[in-house]
Design a protein around this ligand. Structure first.
Ligand code: PEP
Ligand code: MG
Length: 582
């Protein structure tokens, strides 16, 4: 049994068989093959070796022709290694005697060879490790070639263990079979983490390297509450996790009773708990869990989960579905927040070349630079506005100019629809995200120009603290409990109050019960949270008084360090709502 500590990004526990994807997306298969499959597995290895050798020969000939024999010799050396009888014998023995799969035998043997070269003093010889890795990849590619797509065609439940997953890869995981995932890289604020919550599957990121320790089919536990991954768990551990899962289910049953009840504090203040969604179908879950509306619909996921560019009708259908689910409740739809880690190739090719994409052409900047894309979305939004209480929100606003430009494009699209006699609601509310420190500093100006605001702490934290939200290396510095972040939230809430505009909070912190009292104490009255968090957050609201929350906020604001703030908030929440595990 081996335990790995990572970062918990989506709660819950999953126990099951591993599906391992290495750095290049290769699926690392089972370690063992059945006894009666040995002959066919040997044949598969021989075929892969023949194909790899033919490929290397072609490379050798082409390079010799183009660059001369001294370069071609590199490939001749590869060929020699591949055809080395000792290597052949070793691989075949592992398959026939230990019943290893050819892929596992290849990886294991060639990685061992590479390690020997790496440890040699001579830099010339150490460089040969790279050649061996090259041969390993080539052989694996031929062995796995037709199996690479298997992740898209799963037939039984798995836990995905990967080097990394982009937000789009995570969005495209088959929810029927993928019961959880772990990535070696990544951090709490990454969009991949947000997708995990949307899929409602336990997930842990940023564990550091461990994939070489597992193979496909190994038993694994993903503990998305504690950020733990347990490889090859023993009986006792499995039994403990099964008990915990049982307790969790009973808590969920108790919380389900809250569905019909509003989030009202013990002294009678109504708090609005809304849902954050990435996919239209989540709106139904939000409704079933008793939300007060949708506080953030991240529409860029329409692009991230599709191979083709969504057209106006695709946008419209997605929005119309959400509107119908919510009936007359408010639905805040955010315009595209593409770029940075949410890259849709179709929308933005230049991002690959951006040296610092989180500070680059992302979000509203990208929409304003790409007007046809922006206008298509705005047309669909306006058309859907007749279906209920649709509100439009612009992301990543950092200057008043930018906000005015976005509003101008909206006004222009309204004119077009009017001319074409397409119905829409002219009086719909328009708001902005507060997720750049500049927007907090200039809040008095912004409130004059919008109908509502929503604080996006996921980005606000990274821009205030200069900590990349998706970088594992600095994950320890990324904290919603940082005193600087708390002050920014306080300033934003005060600014909105003075300008008489409603302000909500929709960053991930809104979904953690430990922050609810603090946020209510700072004056927040609307929380937009991931769907699964709706019952818990309602429960906290219904268990506390505003006076209690204000006291907690005042105490938290007086602390100097993020760690102390977090510990204090956890304790205060535990005391106020003991039945919740925080
Ligand atoms: C945020 O930044 O807090 C936010 C809600 O937006 P996203 O996580 O999609 O960047
Ligand atoms: Mg954001």
């Amino acid at each position: 049994m081996q335990r790995l500590q990572g970062i918990a990004v989506s709660p819950g526990v999953a126990i099951g068989e591993a599906l391992v994807l290495d750095r290049e997306g290769f699926r690392i298969p089972r370690r063992f093959v059945a006894r009666d499959a040995v002959e066919s597995e040997l044949a598969r290895l021989a075929e892969a070796r023949r194909a790899a050798a033919a490929e290397i020969e072609r490379n050798r000939d082409a390079v010799t022709r183009e660059l001369g024999p001294q370069y071609g010799a590199i490939f001749a050396a590869h060929l020699q290694m591949l055809n080395d009888p000792q290597l052949q014998q070793e691989l075949e023995q592992l398959i026939t005697q230990r019943h290893y799969s050819p892929e596992y035998a290849v990886s294991r043997t060639l990685r061992r060879y590479a390690k020997v070269f790496e440890s040699l003093e001579s830099s010339l010889l150490a460089a040969r490790a790279g050649d061996i890795a090259d041969i390993e990849k080539r052989l694996l590619r031929h062995l796995l070639g037709e199996r690479r797509e298997e992740i898209a065609h799963l037939t039984s439940p798995v836990l995905v263990l990967a080097y990394s997953l982009t937000p789009s890869e995570a969005a495209n995981l088959d929810r029927r079979y993928v019961r959880g995932f772990v990535t070696e890289t990544g951090a709490a604020g990454s969009h991949t983490a947000i997708v995990a919550e949307a899929l409602a599957i336990p997930a842990v990121v940023g564990t550091g390297p461990f994939l070489s320790e597992v193979s496909g089919g190994d038993l694994v536990i993903i503990d998305g509450n504690q950020g733990l991954v347990i490889l090859q768990p023993d009986e006792q551990t499995i039994a403990r996790y099964q008990r915990e899962a049982e307790q969790q289910r009973s808590l969920e049953t108790r919380l389900a009773a809250l569905t019909e009840l509003p989030a009202v504090t013990t002294d009678g203040t109504r708090i609005h708990v809304l849902g954050n969604i990435e996919f239209p179908h989540e709106a139904r879950l939000c409704r079933e869990l008793g939300c007060d509306g949708i506080g953030l619909y991240r529409t860029e996921f329409l692009y991230l989960s599709s191979d083709t560019v969504p057209d106006e009708e695709d946008h419209y259908q997605a929005y119309a579905y959400v509107m119908r689910q919510m009936e007359s409740k408010p639905v805040v739809i955010r315009t595209l927040d593409l770029g940075a880690d949410k890259l849709a190739v179709v929308a933005h090719r230049a991002s690959d070349e951006e040296p610092n994409p989180f500070l680059g052409l992302r979000s509203i900047r990208l929409s304003l630079r790409n007007l046809p894309l922006f206008r298509t979305q705005l047309r669909a939004l306006l058309r859907a506005s007749v279906l209920g209480e649709l509100r439009i929100m612009f992301p990543l606003i950092s200057t008043v100019m930018e906000l005015r430009q976005a509003r101008m494009v909206l006004a222009d699209v309204m004119e077009d629809l009017e001319e074409a006699q397409i119905p829409f609601r002219r009086q719909l509310q328009v708001g902005m995200m507060v997720e750049v420190p500049a927007a907090v500093i200039m809040i008095d100006q912004f409130v004059e120009e919008v109908d509502f605001l929503s604080i996006g702490t996921n980005d606000l934290i990274q821009y205030a603290l200069a900590v990349d939200r998706s970088n594992k290396e600095v994950a320890g510095l990324y904290s919603a409990a940082d005193p600087a972040v708390l002050r920014l939230i306080q300033l934003a809430v005060r600014g909105a109050r003075q300008g008489n505009r409603p302000i909500s909070l929709c960053g991930q912190m809104s979904g953690y019960p430990m922050y609810t009292m603090l946020l209510l104490g700072l004056g927040i009255r609307q929380l937009s949270v991931p769907p699964a968090a709706i019952p818990e957050i309602k429960q906290v609201c219904r268990s506390v008084s505003l006076a209690q929350c204000e006291e907690v906020a005042a105490r938290a604001m007086a602390l100097e360090h993020a760690r102390d703030v977090a510990a204090y908030l956890r304790e205060a929440t535990r005391k106020a709502v003991p039945e919740l595990v925080v």
